[in-house]
Design a protein around this ligand. Structure first.
Ligand code: DGL
Length: 262
């Protein structure tokens, strides 16, 4: 048993889609959410830059005394997860991988699409996962241009957002694709807009949030560091941006909790 918090980190608001699943599955766990904000978006940056940002973030979470780190960002995972695990060998560090495996195992048409940042789509981790599970499946790679900015500006439910999403997603219509993998943690906040742009198509939209939360639970049990069942979750928000950004993160997390009935 261990009452320390789990640290959840992302370039900005995206990791809150992972937060949502963690809160639902593990409501007694205290969480510290670090949304970088200052250096967001990460998607077009180099591996070295992203590794520097991720290292600073994990360092900060370690100073906060967390018992585990969840890198709630596909881009930071693909760029830096091996480095982070090497640098903090005693800290369980969970990364985010696009749900290519479940999509490949369930596709009927043998054609899937992965929506992610440019950096993630170029990364070794993505190519290796695609090679391993998608040898006989065609994977269409689609950078979600403009998606992160929509979420960072709280614009998910606007006409502009719908137009940006439609421009990226509409070319996937009529292509015999039956699964779309959301390979960036910001994108689940655009699930409705994506579904609307694909209306009439028989396509499942898959993200990794729930699977990651289950992995976290499994690790907490394995390391025997789960919070006791009478623990009351303490929730904290930090950022490398300004106080206004920190408050926006907190409010969005509160809305998510409310929607989940927490
Ligand atoms: N949320 C991120 C991801 O999962 C990063 C988005 C960005 O900063 O470009 O990839």
């Amino acid at each position: 048993m261990n009452r320390a918090a789990i640290g959840v980190y992302d370039s900005g608001f995206g990791g809150l889609s992972v937060w949502r699943e963690l809160r639902r599955l593990l409501p007694n766990e205290s969480l510290i959410y670090l949304g970088d904000g200052k250096n967001c978006p990460y998607g077009g940056r180099s591996r070295e830059q992203i590794t520097t940002f991720a290292t600073e973030a994990v360092e900060r979470l370690v100073q906060e005394g967390v018992k585990m780190v969840v890198v709630g960002c596909n881009t930071a995972t693909t760029a830096a997860i091996d480095y982070l695990r090497g640098r903090w060998p005693d800290m369980p560090i969970v990364g985010l991988e696009p749900a290519v495996k479940p999509a490949c195992l369930t596709t009927q048409t043998r054609r899937i699409a992965v929506l992610a940042t440019e950096h993630s789509l170029r990364s070794d981790m993505f190519l290796k996962t695609a090679e391993r599970y998608a040898a006989d499946v065609e994977v269409v790679k689609v950078p979600g241009e403009g998606f992160v900015e929509i979420v960072e500006n709280d614009m998910e439910h606007t006409v502009e957002a719908q137009a940006i999403v439609r421009r990226v997603v509409e070319p996937l219509r009529g292509k015999d694709i039956d699964k779309i993998v959301l390979g960036c943690t910001h994108y689940p906040f655009l699930r409705e807009a994506i579904a609307e742009a694909l209306q009439g198509e028989n396509i499942d939209i898959i993200d990794s949030g729930e699977a990651v939360a289950r992995r976290v639970e499994w690790l907490l049990e394995r390391y025997n560091i789960k919070a006791p069942s009478d623990a009351v979750a303490d929730l904290k928000f930090i950022t490398f941006a300004d106080e206004q950004y920190r408050l926006r993160l907190m409010r969005k997390a509160q809305r998510i909790d409310l929607q989940s009935g927490l």
